[in-house]
Every structure is written in C-alpha cells, then in structure tokens.
Design a binder for this molecule. Sequence first.
Ligand code: ATR
Length: 282
Amino acid sequence: MYNLGLIGYPIKHSLSPWIHEGFFLRANLTGQYSIFEINPDQSFAEEVNKLKDQNIHGFNVTVPYKQMIIKFLDEIDSEAEKMGAVNTVCNENGKWIGYNTDGNGYLRALKHKFPTIFNDKMETKRVLIFGAGGAARGIYYAMMSKGFKHIDLANRTVASAQKILELKNKYTNSSILSLTEAEDKIDTYDMIIQTTSVGMNPEADQSIIEIERLKQGAIVSDIVYQPIETKFLKDAKSLGAHIHYGHSMLLYQAQSAFEKWTGKRLVINDMEKELEQKLKGR
Ligand code: ATR
C-alpha cells in the first residue's frame, strides 16, 4: 500500500490526487495520494517533520515550497540541484531524496504529441521560452540537455532571465529578449513555449504578447491549463501553428514522479482526454 501525497499552498483543488489515483488503478497497485496543505502561517519545519514521522513513501512538492523543501532532504539528484527546485521526494529506506520531474515531464508530453520531435534536426531549431520562473528554468534545462542548441528567453524582467543562463552549457546559444523584442521576432522561432501565468483563469483574455505572424509549421506550447486553450494558444492555432496544451505537461510530470516512487512507467494515452473532460467540468 503506497502512501503518497502533495505539499503546497493552496492545493485544495489540485488535480494530482485524481491523476495518481488513476495511476494506481492502471498499475494495479493499492495506494493513497493525500493533500497536505501547509499554510504559509504554519511552521514549515514542523509540518515536514510530521510527514517524516508518518513514514510516507514519497510526495510531490508544489508552489511555494519547491526550494524550501531542499534543506529537509538527505540527498538531492544532480539535475534538481541545478534547477534549485524539487517537485518530487522519494523515501528510499528512510532517506529522503529530491528530484525534479517538471522539465522531463515537459519533454515527455512534447514527445507524446510530436513523436518525431527529437529526431527532426533539433540542433537547427530555434526555441523561444517566455518567462523566467521555476517552470521556465526546468524547461530550459531539459531542452538544452535533450540537445536543442538555440534557446532564447523572453521575460518582463530581463534580470531574472539572466539567472537561467547560468545553466547554459557551451553547446547552446541563448539570448535574452524583452517582450517587445520577442513580439517583433516571433516569426524566427520554430518552437515557442509560454511558461508565465499570464492568460490563466480568471484572466483568460490576456496573453503574454500579441502574435501576428508565426513561422510556418511552428510549435506553440503553453503550460497554463486553466483554461485548456489559452488566448495565446487560440491565437497561435488561428495562424496555423501546431499547438500543445499545458495539461499534458501536468500529466507527464506526474507519470515521471509515479515512476520514481513505484518503478512503473505507465501507458497513459487515454488519460489526457479524461483530464481534459475533468478540466472542462470545473
Ligand atoms: P513558476 O515557478 O510557476 O514558473 P514564477 O516563478 O512565479 O512561476 O514565475 C512567473 C513568471 O511569469 C515570471 O517569468 C514572471 O515575470 P517576471 O520575472 O517579470 O516577474 C511572469 N509573469 C507573471 N505575471 C506576469 C505579467 N502580468 N506580465 C508578464 N510576465 C508575468
């Protein structure tokens, strides 16, 4: 019987219990996935120590604790360390080990939607990431590690994008753009990944930039999944882009976490549609 869960705030409406309960069924395993909401007014250390006493098998970590959890771990995976953020903790024989499955989840979701994406001359593709928060950092690192050689960042605050470039390896070219510059040059990119919270409900009428032109065949992702189709994606779709929805990243980062806890990599093709229905019903 697996005892898993999620820490974060606010998480009462999180879809993770639904996702992981679906995984337990598919994996033929018994287990529970609980919500451990930690209010910022509570003592984080005290709440985390309660989890240690419960001998939990593992848990996910979400906003605002992805950095704060690090000092309570016994070990941290090297990728999560570079990211400076942990979203998955595994209890391995009493030791807490921290991982980050966000970047990897994004890559899995991308491959699921575009199966040949990593064979198609990755090194020639120009990628643009909007945002410079934790999600942008994870995706930048994952795309670079996968072999994309040209990854630019566009952010409202240029200085925070600069911090992400500290991760850059010598094979990768990256520039930082203001949002206006990104708007002007948008038609020079093959892949555009929107990682900011702009366009999320209840501000679904907003978009990080106005897209008027796009390169033929461009892929456009948005990690926002409420609404499922953001204005950014709607605009891109109307210009003929191949669009990639945010809820698929949510699903695949969970698949990757579940695999760390149970050793099982599940086939979850059918779950994307179910998750879509669930989101539409909210
Ligand atoms: P996460 O960890 O989920 O990626 P985050 O760290 O809060 O979230 O990062 C939010 C990102 O959204 C940042 O890139 C932020 O831009 P700044 O670095 O300039 O703050 C971006 N963002 C949030 N609201 C925005 C807005 N109204 N306009 C432009 N960018 C916005």
